[in-house]
Design a protein around this ligand. Structure first.
Ligand code: NDP
Length: 458
């Protein structure tokens, strides 16, 4: 039985992540009576407690459009601030003082990765690491080697059981829904293999650009920002074998097992693009070769997926924002029914919408009206918001789990390493990125990569 964390410490409390995601999550947990412990913000900025409360209120309001005062006051009563330098031992001594009564504090590193090392060392030197949990955010390094380095830093201070690596996709109910869809239904799992599936497509499209963070983005690019983590996470859920048991360990083992079977991506099957105008944005190098778009073909070397290509793409400034998986089935073994006009019927599709307006659409053939025995595709569709009601936000669930010491929705060390191994051959390629117009689906060569991309429902 794990002890629930009895204090939350947010390093980088003045930053974007805390204000966009973590304050709303803390508010929601307070509302559900899951949080009534000290929440201590730490940053270099000279904020006082009042400034912290004011910022928290603003971000909760922005996320919800309304605030329940009683809930917010309960949260505000637990908030306090420590300003200090991360290299200064005094910062951690003050923190230790504030945490004197806490048996199992949790430290959220919402700071740039370059500062992880000094904060982890500061916590260890103050004797706080040995009883605490730590949450780290992606990116987990820049490549395989630096991800090992990060693991070594964390392991030197924290027991691996107390390290929580967030890829927030694993916390999304819609993404978890892929697992429930596969293993709670009898209907599709028998078809979930190369005998019946022709190809699988994963698209994570952003209809916006770098949103004022071009300087940061230019050091990262689409492969590191999205493909290495979120998209491979989705591939793992689609491609995994059934876990051997209904346990966290079995789930995480099945997840890493399918990643081990994936071949490293090849530059020849990858198209990298950059939207026109990107190089003019503040903070971007004028000769930047950073990709704002990447499309690639992935191979899973397993009996289940022999010969089934996984086509993956992600990019910024595309025609809209959507995350979709499309499973394209093979044609019927014998074509007894033709499409109207005598052409071959189009394939059955299962479309998982994982972003806003999540749900599933199944494209099936139905008899077309009239004397002819022909068919045309029609959609069976469900909108999960309408069918299931409110679902929890990813960060709310992830914080709640980490406070309980539950690892189900957190990436294992090897999971991250496998993800880096897979993308390593396409990182930092010298070949120039291909320009594409804002509002298009990326460079023309990306179209040719897959034999017909399915356009996401925007
Ligand atoms: P920010 O760039 O907003 O930085 C967070 C805070 O860190 C800043 O407010 C600043 O606070 C402090 N900081 C910045 N630079 C330094 C430095 N050189 N030394 C010490 N402190 C510094 O980051 P985000 O909030 O966007 O992200 C936090 C972490 O979460 C990062 O690791 C990021 O990669 C990750 N992440 C963020 C997401 C997001 O949506 N924002 C999504 C996924 C992951 P102060 O100056 O007051 O100390």
């Amino acid at each position: 039985m794990h002890v629930r964390s009895d204090a939350v410490v947010l390093f980088g409390v003045t930053g974007d992540l805390v204000s966009k995601k973590l304050f709303p999550a803390l508010y929601e947990l307070t509302r559900r009576n899951r949080l009534d412990v000290p929440v201590i913000g730490v940053a270099r900025s000279p904020w006082d407690d009042q400034q912290l409360v004011t910022t928290a209120r603003k971000s909760v309001f922005e996320a919800n459009d309304e605030i329940d005062d009683e809930t917010f006051d309960a949260l505000a009563g637990n908030l306090s601030m420590i300003s200090g330098d991360y290299a200064d031992p005094v910062t951690y001594q003050r923190l230790a003082e504030r945490l004197r009564g806490a048996e199992r504090p949790i430290f959220y590193l919402a700071i740039p990765p370059a500062v992880f090392g000094s904060v982890v060392e500061g916590l260890a030197a103050a004797g706080l690491a040995e009883r605490g949990r730590v949450i780290v955010e992606k990116p987990f390094g820049r490549d395989l080697e630096s991800s090992h380095e990060l693991d070594r830093t964390l392991r030197a201070a924290f027991d691996p059981e107390r390290v929580f690596r967030i890829d927030h996709y694993l916390g999304k109910e819609a993404v978890e829904g892929l697992y429930a869809f596969r293993f709670a239904n009898r209907l599709f799992e028998p078809l979930w293999n190369s005998e019946h599936i022709d190809n699988i497509q994963v698209t994570l499209a952003e209809g916006f650009g770098t949103q004022g963070r071009a300087g940061f983005y230019d050091t990262v690019g689409a492969t590191r920002d999205v493909l290495q983590n979120h998209i491979l996470q989705v591939v793992a859920l689609i491609g995994m074998e059934p876990p051997v048991a209904d346990t966290t360990d079995a789930f995480r083992e099945a997840e890493v097992a399918v990643l081990r079977q994936i071949e490293p991506l090849s530059p020849e099957s990858t198209v990298r693009g950059q939207y026109v105008g990107y190089r003019d944005e503040p903070g971007v190098r004028p000769d930047s070769n950073t990709e704002t778009f990447v499309a690639t073909r992935l191979t899973v070397n397993s009996r289940r997926w022999a010969g089934v290509p996984f086509y993956l793409r992600t990019g910024k400034s595309l025609p809209g924002t959507a995350t979709e998986v499309v499973v394209e089935f093979k044609q019927p073994q014998r074509s007894l029914v033709r499409a109207e006009g005598g052409a071959a019927v189009t394939a059955n599709l299962l479309r998982f919408r994982l972003g806003r307006g999540d749900g599933i659409t199944m494209s099936i053939q139905a008899k077309s009206p009239g004397a002819e025995v022909a068919s045309r595709p029609v959609d069976l569709s469900v909108d999960f918001g309408a069918a299931l009601g409110h679902r929890q936000e990813a960060y709310e669930r992830l914080l709640d789990d980490a406070m309980d010491g539950h690892h189900l929705r957190f990436a294992r060390e090897e999971t991250i390493q496998q993800e880096w191994r897979i993308v390593e051959p396409i990182l930092d390629l010298a070949a120039p990125v291909q320009p594409y117009d804002k509002g298009s689906w990326g460079p023309a060569d990306a179209d040719a990569l897959a034999d017909g991309w399915h356009t996401p429902q925007l």
